[in-house]
Design a protein around this ligand. Structure first.
Ligand SMILES: [Zn+2]
Length: 231
């Protein structure tokens, strides 16, 4: 083995330090994983599927909608959406078609309050109502932000709303899926909605009778793509 002089060793040591410093600088400049504005969780974590959002009004001709987040008639008193068109990811939209077809055979139909919701809208909702029983914390995101949740109720074939336990976005215990101090017809209608939705791949939520998640929602990313007017 060759032994270097102290001067040569100093040159080697300095060169090594320069290389190490440069490597550290380059590492800092490497692109960082995309993260949400709210925490350090990557937006695309666990998201195996690139979502295709489907316009439900095109998928289901004549679909009744009441998207109050496109008006100021909602719990935030702000217009949150530029468009009143509800969207879901494609497989969830297909399942909603099956729900509607089954209901039509009973002389009924769905009325959609909400579907896909951009993550930035979730942040506005949370700022107004930071109660995770009724509004998902944007730090974790809502299943609506994945295009995999729908809020809806039932109407008859003429469009008359069926009696339900509460109005939409009633943030009280009466909205709970198992709240029973209600007229029997409201309990029956709530049960019918849940049964039909669950037969077609949707899962009910304990605190809101109108909210259903689409199974496999974990495979879709949180999205913040805005829904534009005319989309
Ligand atoms: Zn919902």
């Amino acid at each position: 083995m060759k032994i270097h002089s102290p001067r040569t060793q100093l040159i080697w040591l300095t060169t090594l330090m320069v290389i190490t410093t440069l490597a550290a600088c380059c590492q800092v400049r490497q692109p960082q994983p995309q993260s949400t504005p709210y925490n350090d969780e990557p937006i695309w974590e666990n998201a195996a599927i690139v979502p295709v959002f489907v316009d439900l009004t095109r998928k289901i001709p004549g679909l009744m909608t009441d998207v109050r987040y496109a008006t100021n008639q909602n719990f935030t008193r702000q217009i949150l959406y530029d468009s009143a068109t509800p969207y879901l990811v494609a497989p969830a939209a297909d399942s909603l078609v099956a729900v509607q077809n089954e209901l039509k055979r009973m002389g009924l139909q769905v009325v959609v309050f909400d579907g896909y919701r951009p993550l930035s809208v979730q942040k506005k909702m949370w700022a107004v109502y930071p109660d995770s029983r009724f509004v998902a914390n944007p730090a974790n995101g809502s299943r609506h932000n994945r295009g995999c949740a729908i809020d809806l109720t039932l109407a008859d074939s003429l469009g008359h709303l069926l009696e339900m336990p509460t109005d939409y976005d009633d943030f009280t215990e009466k909205a709970g899926a198992s709240f029973m101090d209600l007229p029997s017809v409201a309990i029956q209608n709530r049960a019918l909605l849940k049964q039909v939705m669950e037969r077609h791949g949707f899962i009910g939520l304990g605190s809101e009778w109108w909210h259903f998640d689409f199974q496999g929602w974990q495979n879709y990313p949180l999205s913040d793509i805005p829904v534009e007017p005319g989309d």
